[in-house]
Design a protein around this ligand. Structure first.
Ligand SMILES: Nc1ncnc2c1ncn2[C@@H]1O[C@H](COP(=O)(O)OP(=O)(O)OP(=O)(O)O)[C@@H](O)[C@H]1O
Ligand SMILES: [Mg+2]
Length: 320
């Protein structure tokens, strides 16, 4: 059964695959069977430098190993009942999210600079560690920082304000800085093993898109960019489902000045991003320290605009 644990890839575990092939895979970064199973054979061949046929075989065996294919709906229900929700610190924001940031799904925070995306990530990094009875996920956090905006001091402040032990909170957050989109992809690929080993319940990628936008400029490169972005996102979704953890991504907006109707600020990442993310939260700056949030394109939640505040404690309701 997929889920619970990602199995370490080692010689002998996939019947009929030579140890030398397994070693090649491990050296190329495929340290779990999960990692092989979620990667297209073409890519495995390229990254681990092996023949297409070998890659296909390995890939098929890994998938059979982790994924039983069809499962009874009762099991799907059981999986959904395991879903837990993490408080953002604001009751209003939790409410429009249907109770908080949920596990087994990707939540995308979209907004212009200063709209509060990173502040929400920081707050969640603390609240996710709270026990489930207190609105948390009762687990650890893994953060991929692509912009160099990860500030442990700020998380410390938030934790203190919430009466949590700040050093313990920081100890339970694993951070990696991604220097380019390829590096970001490698870090995302390593998540099954990291999450398995470290009891991770929240994965943050802030920002998901930055490197991709910066590196793939011009129409000619768009298809390649979207393909790579899509691969990252499908890995993230698999991790969310397999470990019943929450994935939170941030995304920028692009001004489309020729818009006649609706908001001229559109999320970047196109359809690939739109389809991968289960919940999309649109953020805007409000007066003083307040921000406006709206859940867009939700299959199950009504569209409603609420306000929240950014304070020393991170994200909170606005005091009336
Ligand atoms: N300790 C704090 N107390 C109150 N407000 C704070 C504190 N730290 C940061 N802020 C507020 O948070 C805002 C920045 O929000 P944030 O960093 O989440 O933006 P962002 O949406 O991530 O933007 P970007 O696209 O540039 O990454 C600033 O307006 C700042 O005033
Ligand atoms: Mg930010």
């Amino acid at each position: 059964m997929i889920g619970e644990m990602a199995e370490i890839l080692e010689p002998g575990i996939l019947k009929g695959v030579a140890s030398s092939t397994i070693n090649k895979l491990v050296r190329a970064g495929f340290t779990t069977i999960e990692a092989v199973a979620v990667t297209p054979a073409r890519e495995i061949a390229e990254v681990a430098v092996m023949g297409k046929d070998t890659a296909l075989k390995v890939c098929r065996l890994a998938r059979m190993h982790v994924d039983p294919g069809f499962i009874p709906a009762l099991e799907v229900l059981a999986m959904r009942m395991n879903m837990i929700k993490c408080t953002t610190g604001s009751n209003e924001l939790d409410r429009i999210l249907g109770g908080g940031v949920e596990t087994g799904a990707i939540t995308e925070l979209i907004g212009e600079f200063g709209s509060g995306k990173t502040q929400i990530c920081f707050t969640l990094s603390a609240t996710a560690q709270l026990p489930i009875e207190e609105g948390g996920l009762g687990g650890n956090v893994c953060a991929i920082d692509t912009e160099g905006t990860f500030m442990p001091e700020r998380i410390k402040q938030i934790a203190e304000q919430k009466g949590m032990d700040p050093d313990k909170v920081l100890e339970r957050i694993l951070v990696a800085r991604a220097y380019n989109s390829e590096h970001q992809y490698i870090l995302i690929s390593s998540l099954p093993e990291i999450c398995n080993k470290n009891g991770i319940k929240l994965v943050i990628v802030d920002s998901m898109i930055g490197h991709f936008r910066g590196e793939y400029i011009g129409r000619g490169n768009l298809a390649e960019r979207q393909q790579k972005l899509g691969r990252c996102l499908s890995k993230l979704l698999r991790v969310a489902e397999a470990f019943n953890l929450a994935v939170v991504l941030t995304n920028q907006v692009l001004a489309t000045p020729d818009t006649v109707y609706g908001d001229p600020n559109k999320p970047t990442g196109g359809h690939v991003m739109a389809h991968a993310c289960t919940h999309r939260v649109f953020l805007r700056k409000g007066r003083q320290n307040t921000r406006l949030a709206r859940v867009i394109d939700s299959p199950s939640l009504p569209e409603e605009r609420i306000r929240f505040a950014i304070t020393a404690a991170g994200i909170e309701d606005v005091e009336e």
